[in-house]
Design a protein around this ligand. Sequence first.
Ligand code: 4AD
Ligand code: MG
Length: 476
Amino acid sequence: MKRHVISSLISTDLVGESVTVCGWVRTFRNDQFLSVNDGSSLQNLQLVLDRDATPEATRKLLTTGAAVCAVGQLVESQGQGQATEVKVEQVEVLGPADPEEFPIQMKRHSMEFLREKAHLRFRTSTFSAVFRLRHALQFAVHDFFNSDGFYMLHTPIITSSDAEGAGEMFKVSTLDPTDLPLDDKGVVDYSQDFFGKPVNLTVSGQLEAELGAMALGKVYTFGPTFRAENSNTSRHLAEFWMIEPEVAFNDLSDNIDLAEACLKHVLTYVLKHNLAELEFLAQRELQAEKQLPADKRNAMGLIERLRFVTENSFIRLTYTEAIDLLRASKPFKKKKFKFPVEWGVDLQSEHERWLVEKKFNSPVVLTDYPASIKSFYMRQNDDGKTVAAMDVLVPGIGELIGGSQREERLDILEKKCEEFNIPKDHVWWYLETRKFGTAPHAGFGMGFERLVMFASGMTNIRDVIPFPRTPHSAEF
Ligand code: 4AD
Ligand code: MG
């Protein structure tokens, strides 16, 4: 069957033609006006039925959520709110949706309720807009890197390395957990496991991407990553997608330039191609913010915020400068921060938010963090205390991007491995790139769901991925 997608019928181009439309019923009014959506656009198409020619048995089944197919003529609409409508000659209900049971009604449902109905929440305007936007953002990411001469690498999902050294990994094994093989010391004998050693789901494709960059020059990964951190926050998932470019011969400053250009490109892309979704989501945000006290609302609307990011340079400052600013801030002096602010401790979300939302109201790139709070692979600065790290913080989200220039000097990297208790025989392949033709290089990781949050204005990361994985939650 040839069908017309609704996005192709909402302008008047095909007026006069016979069209076939399939979709899901949003509303049915006066036994005559059937509003249908097929996911191709935010807009619904109005199907006008001939009441007398449509059997009552059919009309009864035209309830919210039912799947229908209709044939008719596309005409200019008589009514307001749409340019076109279909004068239906024939309508068929493919799959009814019992109104007593179908949970997604044409009223405002809470995000929590819809999370429990994640299999059906795509049917709402909000979620279909979010997932169209998500698609466009990933396309724009590939477009950015492809246009800039990068090669995409698929790095392994099952790996024996712990790139971030945080130890928060999901184990992968085919051993029977109720009957584990033990060695003489009573320790699990992984030589009998599928890979002959312990392996886990990857927390980052970076280390492998670095290997690729040392020959291909500019590479990136865009894959799923897994973290078993037990943080039930609105910004953490146990399974999320990350974009990780890695570039030979880049230093930290080049790395920041790349991150800034990438973010600007993808936001410019959706501002151009997904304005309808963005306008809808901006309205949704305004509605949601009505429930919040004034100081919790965004200072700018969604579209204004995105434009602001595309049009202004990011603020760049060092970790040390940020600590000085924070210690001089009002909330610090009034003891409003929950966590300590002193040189050497990691910044918490309350500190990051103060910097981006109160102090600068702009994306901020923090650089040169203390070595002790960052990963082993980051390049040591000449001061011996800090590393060439960068975090990009954005309003409403906090950390969107984390990256660094990499330690390319074999002797220093080997020392770092010792300090971080990373056995050299686990990362021998990583160290060899420093032994053979080593070169300065840098890269970063951008959390894709955090990007979708920023671009959509959604405030919970569970609402920008189709089926979120969080502690104690892996339904669907
Ligand atoms: O800062 P992270 O841990 O950096 C890395 O993994 C590096 N290997 C990246 C690199 O240099 N190639 O993570 C990078 C980004 C964070 O800034 C954040 O946006 C996102 O990944 N992220 C998460 N997103 C959702 N849920 C989580 N649990 C996340 N953890 C990190
Ligand atoms: Mg980080």
